[in-house]
Design a protein around this ligand. Structure first.
Ligand code: ADP
Ligand code: MG
Length: 625
């Protein structure tokens, strides 16, 4: 078109599109759920705005918050339309091509290694999956505040935008027209689309309709010289009037040869493909494991086979009423810790009375629980206020408190149900069931993916510090390469041992050789290894657990229980320690003392009680965190 304005795709987007077009990825189905998910997001947005401005929905068909799918077999076009918020000309230019999202390059990178295209939605670039099946795509869109525009691209590095003067006016919303590639003909089959919507879009909260052909039995007047009962599907376009005539004709005489016959007719009508029911409103007893798993997949846009590690579905009553479903994902998202301190992203969706409000609501969960997925639907929060007002609502504090409690319970249960976690002390009988196999090793899995979050929680959340410390897992001089809990450590403490011993450093191998451990090992004390940079910070906050103090064995003041010889030794070497102190001078050491932690090594430099450990100094120098 002459009037079209041409644009180049941003470089990363262009690379992404090349990858998609040339992909040999077999599961091309995913484009449909990405388009439906975008349509659903757009509908959520307009519904949210309509809460404070009724006018915004307009009237007539514009008020129908639904998604419609249509097929044109001849032209090989599949189109998906919504009556959502729509896009202005500027939105089209920005959202579909010129502004790369943060996930774009991450996804491109991932695809170049052994990435799974299935994850495209998680990276915020799902739209471009249309080029798995189409070689030409048109996006027609009408936003309340602009005219109707067409975006179009053959994925050749450029796209064009024109004011739409030839298509039917949309009223409001977006229609995506996919001109399917020859080999993508299966997406013109109604049965295929029905199957896909069932499979991937079960939890979309808006009705999804397909313009579907139906074969209906129609009574038509019998042809005099047509004796055969069976009919090839008739081409005659019989109307309802004819049908009525036929019925009238029929009740004259049933005995005689009928004057009408039944033929199969094709007609089209909107067929609803999903039943819009919110899973979280159902009783947890009635929801199956499979349904929770599928629901998780749709929330997380994670369509791998992996099951979530745990979930919790509950409702809170009283002053603040809400229902919630929380999931522990099977894997940490790609950028969970990368952006920990500057991201504000929470993965909880907030609904108020079934209406989606926001998925960027930071007031619901503390940062360290950002790895959880789920949703909260509250009847107590007001519907017709702005997001800013809602953010300050007093009920949020109560909701947050309960969510944290439930989340930590849910994580604790992963450990309790994991046979690998069985502790001789608190598990009486080791029962085995098929369930056990599934639960086996789940906590170690959780810890590998999200252990750091628990540590960050201990640092940041003083109120729940003890609960979180229960979830902590460590390796020790006695854990044999496995993970152990603080409770297990305590259960193994020697008689008379008051403190929990630990040592920090860069690796377990390095620490195992440390002279600081000599006496402790000899005396059979267990020592925890902390080797993650975050551990140094952690131990500044985790002072004690179950009335036991934490004692860094590389710091001054280590007590290994009473030893009568200590005093004697101190006395007899008084002169020597004095001499050493003078020889080293106060610039180099604070003090020289008789050590109770060495067995073979003659001397060792230790850190003062309140100073930074040597490891912390190293971390501060390299700023690893
Ligand atoms: P994401 O949905 O994760 O943001 P996509 O690549 O799927 O990423 O979509 C890119 C953007 O294009 C969306 O964020 C949205 O702004 C816009 N968009 C896509 N489809 C629609 C639609 N049907 N209606 C309105 N905006 C849309
Ligand atoms: Mg999307």
């Amino acid at each position: 078109r002459n009037s079209a304005e041409k644009f180049q795709f941003q470089a990363e987007v262009s690379r992404l599109m090349d990858i998609i077009i040339n992909s040999l990825y077999s599961n091309k189905d995913i484009f449909l759920r990405e388009l439906i998910s975008n349509a659903s997001d757009a509908l959520d947005k307009i519904r949210f705005l309509s809460l404070t401005d009724k006018e915004i929905l307009g009237e007539g068909d514009n008020t129908k918050l639904e998604i419609e799918i249509k097929l044109d077999k001849e032209k090989k076009i599949l189109s998906i339309r919504d009556r959502g918020i729509g896009m202005t000309k500027e939105d089209l230019i920005k959202n579909l091509g010129t502004i790369a999202k943060s996930g774009t390059s991450a996804f491109v990178e991932k695809m170049q290694t052994s990435g799974d295209l299935n994850l495209i939605g998680q990276f915020g670039v799902g739209f471009y999956s249309v080029y798995l099946v189409a070689d030409y795509v048109e996006v027609i869109s009408k936003h309340n505040e602009d005219k109707q525009y067409v975006w179009e691209s053959k994925a050749d590095g450029a796209f064009a935008i024109s004011e739409d003067t030839w298509n039917e006016p949309l009223g409001r919303g977006t229609e995506i027209r996919l001109h399917l590639r020859d080999e993508a003909g299966e997406y013109l089959e109604e049965s295929k689309l029905k199957e896909l919507v069932k499979k991937y879009s079960e939890f979309i909260n808006f009705p999804i309709y397909l313009w579907a052909t139906k074969e209906v039995d129609v009574e038509v007047p019998a042809d005099e010289d047509d004796s055969s009962e069976e009919e090839e599907s008739s081409e005659s376009s019989s109307s309802e009037e004819e049908e009525e005539d036929a019925e009238k004709g029929e009740d004259e005489d049933a005995e005689k040869k009928p004057k009408t016959k039944t033929v199969k007719e094709k007609s089209s009508e909107w067929e609803l493909l999903n039943d819009v029911k919110a899973i979280w409103l159902r009783s947890p007893k009635e929801v199956t494991e499979e349904e929770y798993t599928k629901f998780y997949h749709s929330l997380a846009k994670d369509f791998s086979e992996d099951k979530p590690l745990a979930w919790s579905h509950f409702s809170a009553e009283g002053d603040v009423e809400f229902k919630a479903v929380l999931f522990v994902p099977p894997k940490a998202p790609h950028d969970l810790y990368e952006s920990y301190y500057n991201s504000k992203k929470s993965n909880l969706k907030l609904y108020v009375r079934r209406v989606f409000i926001s998925d960027e609501f930071d007031e619901l969960l503390p940062k360290y629980l950002n790895f959880l997925m789920g949703l909260v639907d509250s009847d107590t929060l007001p519907l017709n206020v702005s997001r800013e007002m809602l953010q300050q609502h007093s009920s949020l504090k109560t909701i947050k408190k309960k969510l944290i409690r439930k989340a930590l319970d849910m994580i604790r249960r992963i450990a309790e149900e994991d046979p690998d976690e069985a502790n001789d002390k608190d598990k009486k009988e080791v029962e085995t069931s098929s369930d056990d196999d599934e639960k086996k090793g789940q906590y170690a899995k959780f810890w590998n993916e999200f252990g750091k979050s628990i540590k960050l929680g201990i640092i940041e959340d003083a109120t729940n510090r003890n609960r979180l410390a229960k979830l902590l897992r460590v390796e020790t001089t006695k854990s044999d390469g496995k993970l152990t809990s603080l409770d297990q450590y305590i259960s193994r403490m020697k008689a008379g041992q008051k403190d929990i011993f630990y040592i920090t450093g860069t690796s377990k191998e390095q620490l195992e050789k440390s002279p600081f451990l000599e006496r402790l090992k000899k005396k059979n004390f267990e020592v925890i290894f902390f080797t993650d940079p975050v551990d140094e910070y952690l131990m500044q906050y985790l002072m004690d657990y179950e009335d036991k103090k934490f004692q860094n064995v590389s710091k001054e003041g280590l007590k290994l229980g009473k030893d009568s010889k200590d005093k004697e030794l101190k006395e007899s070497f008084k002169e020597l320690t004095k001499w050493w102190k003078g020889a080293l001078s106060a610039d180099n050491v604070d003090d020289v003392k008789i050590s109770n932690r060495l067995a073979e090594t003659p001397c060792v430099v230790v850190t003062s009680k309140y100073g930074w450990s040597a490891n912390m100094e190293r971390i501060m120098q390299s700023q690893t965190l």
